[in-house]
Design a protein around this ligand. Sequence first.
Ligand code: UT7
Length: 329
Amino acid sequence: MSKITAAITAVGGYVPENKLTNFDLEKMVDTNDEWIRTRTGISERRILNEPGKATSDLGAAAVQNLLDKKGLDPKEIDCIICATVTPDMFFPATGNLIAHKIGATNAFSFDLAAACSGFLFALTTGATYIESGRYKKVIVVGADKMSAIVDYTDRNNCILFGDGGGAVLLEPSTDDCGIKDSLLKSDGTGKDFLYMKGGGSLNPASVETVLAKQHFIHQEGQSVFKFAVKGMADVSAELMERNGLTGEDIAWLTPHQANLRIIDATANRMGISKDKVMININRYGNTTAATIPLCLNDWESKLNKGDNIILAAFGGGFTWGATWVKWAY
Ligand code: UT7
C-alpha cells in the first residue's frame, strides 16, 4: 500500500477592508513612508476595526472563503487547528469559535501558539493526523488580530503589524503530493527579545500592568532580525539538503512576511531567484500566523500540481521552521 501524505487541497484567505498606510502612520508617530518601505518592505496593512470583531472573525472568514471555493460542507470537517497569539479570549479556544461560526459541528478544534511560526507548527501537526489515517479533512488556520496588541504610540512596532487570516484544507493523498517534510525548532531563550509581558499567569492583568504597557508587543528588533536571518535560512537550507533539493528544484519559496530584508537573505542562501518568492508584505505587513496561508491564497492561481514549495518562518519563542510541500492541484 502506498504511503498516505497530507495534501493541501484548498486554500482560503481574508483581510479586513480597512487600510492603515505608511502615510497614516506618519500622522500618528515620528516615522516616514521612506524609512518604513526601505527597512521593512511594508507600504500598508489591514486593520480589523469593527467593534465586536476579533481573531475568530478573521479565521472564520478565511475558512468560509476556502469552503466556498472548494464547495465543501463544513459538517465534513474532522478537525480545525488554529494558530494564533491573539486569541479572542484565553478560553474557549479561538478554534472552537471558528468551528462554531462556520458550522463545523462534527469537528474537534483547538489553538496552537507558536507566534509567527504558528502556521507551520499547526500544519505539521495537522499533517500527522492525516498521515495516521484516522482523519480525512483537517483545516489549519493561521489568524491574528495584531492590532489588538500593538501600541500605536510605539514607532518601533506599530509600523510592522497587520490583521488577517488564512486557511488550508489537508486531505489524504497517495500520489506523492502533499507535506513531504518539516523541520521545526524552538528556543525559549528568545523570551527576552520578543514578548507580551502582561495578561498571563506571570503578570495577571492589573492597573499596574496596563499602566506599564505590558499588554502590548515588545520586540528588540535588531536582535530578532539577526536570529531571524540566520534561523530561517539555516533551517530552509538544512531541509533542502536532507531531501536532496537545490534552488533549481524549487518552484516557490513562501516565507513568513516579517521583513523584506529577512526574506531576501533567506532566498539568497537557498539559491532561489526573487521571481520565485511569494511576497505580499507590502500590502499586509506582518500578520503573524496568517502570513504563509495568505501568500498561498494570493498565489493559488499560479501554482501547479507537483510544484515544490518551501514554506519558512521565524518568530517569537523563538520558534522557527521550514516545510517542503509538493502542491497537489
Ligand atoms: O515576525 C516575528 C519576527 N520579527 C522579525 O523578524 C522582525 C525583525 N526585526 C526587524 O525587522 C527590524 O529590526 C525592524 C524593522 C524592527 C527595525 O529595523 P532596523 O533596521 O533593525 O532598525 P533599528 O531598530 O536598528 O533602528 C534604526 C534607526 C534608529 O535610529 P538611530 O538610533 O539610528 O538614530 C531607530 O530609532 O531607525 C530608528 N527607527 C525609526 N525611524 C523611523 C526605528 N523605528 C523607526 C520608525 N521610523 N518607525
